[in-house]
Ligand binder design. Structure first.
Ligand SMILES: NC(=O)c1ccc[n+]([C@@H]2O[C@H](COP(=O)([O-])OP(=O)(O)OC[C@H]3O[C@@H](n4cnc5c(N)ncnc54)[C@H](OP(=O)(O)O)[C@@H]3O)[C@@H](O)[C@H]2O)c1
Length: 269
């Protein structure tokens, strides 16, 4: 029996992907820190879709957690034919005002854990010459973002890494896809401080900003997957926005963003 493993499955985009995949008859391994939420999801998805749902509680910002997760799926004899590296956190504010250990934790989760899991599971998929890897980046993967410097840079890594793997693993019949969502209504923004007054200066006010629901992002992702795509930016407006931004030099974009953030937050230098 084949399983799809989703990290960060207890909420937001990961939870929506779990519902979408279970509805398409995928058996799932759901991974996150919140054990209660994962148990509830297991019960709900099992009843609703008759899928086999396993849960594994893990804090993937811990150095040893990705290997422990892999070993646990091996111990249970689970054949992971699709890995979705979705778990990720953000941060915002002036770089040196953000706690250093939380920035390093972000890098551990958004980059190191994603690389480790990709390495471990891709090696298994390569042996079987079959499998799918989806890595979740962000619109911030396409440009530096002042006052969100570490998060945006982590997603630049995810984009570059994933686009390279796409070509490396094509000959083995393995589909590697990069998904870049825009602003999505999940807990992410609260956790990254983007719902605060200062945070709004970066993400713009929710009431007026162009946002998607996690369900919309999940539906687009699964459609792109079905069309054998390797790259998808969710949301029509986001795709157009990206095309326009690609025409401008990074220096112009970052200067505009930094000036605008300082103005909106009344920062005196
Ligand atoms: N929302 C947006 O606007 C947006 C935009 C672009 C890209 N993204 C990306 O989309 C992905 C999903 O974000 P989301 O918006 O769905 O966020 P979310 O609602 O905050 O969900 C994040 C998920 O990751 C899990 N998680 C967080 N820290 C973890 C850790 N240390 N170990 C294991 N799991 C952890 C959370 O579960 P637990 O708390 O239970 O661990 C939760 O299931 C992220 O990679 C994010 O960068 C989001």
């Amino acid at each position: 029996m084949e399983y799809t493993l989703i990290t960060g499955a207890s909420g937001g985009i990961g939870e929506a992907l779990a519902h979408g995949l279970a509805a398409r008859k995928h058996h799932l391994v759901l991974v996150a820190r919140n054990a209660d939420k994962l148990s509830k999801m297991r019960d709900e998805l099992t009843t609703k879709y008759q899928a086999d749902i396993k849960i594994i509680v893990a804090d993937l910002s811990n150095r040893d957690a990705p290997l422990q997760l892999f070993n646990e799926t091996q111990r249970q004899g689970l054949n992971i034919s699709m890995l979705i590296n979705n778990a990720g956190i953000g941060s915002s504010g002036e770089f040196t005002d953000i706690n250093l250990s939380s920035e390093l934790s972000l890098l551990q989760l958004n980059i190191v854990s994603l690389v480790t899991l990709s390495h471990l599971y891709l090696a298994e998929m390569k042996k079987k010459r079959r499998g799918t890897l989806i890595n979740i980046a962000s619109m911030t993967a396409f440009m530096p973002v002042p006052y969100m410097a570490t998060y945006a840079a982590s997603k630049v890594f995810v984009r570059s890494f994933t686009e390279a793997l796409t070509q490396e693993y094509k000959p083995y019949g393995i589909q590697v896809m990069l998904l870049s969502p825009g602003l999505t209504r999940t807990n992410f923004n609260e956790a990254a401080g983007l719902n605060s007054k200062k945070g709004n200066a970066l993400s713009s006010n929710y009431a007026t900003a162009s946002t998607q629901t996690p369900e919309e992002v999940a539906t687009e992702t699964l459609n792109a997957l079905g069309k054998n795509k390797h790259f998808h930016i969710s949301g029509k407006k986001n795709r157009w926005g990206m095309r326009i931004l690609a025409l401008l030099p990074n220096k112009m974009i970052t200067k505009y963003m930094a000036d605008s953030y300082r103005k909106k937050t009344n920062q005196k230098m």
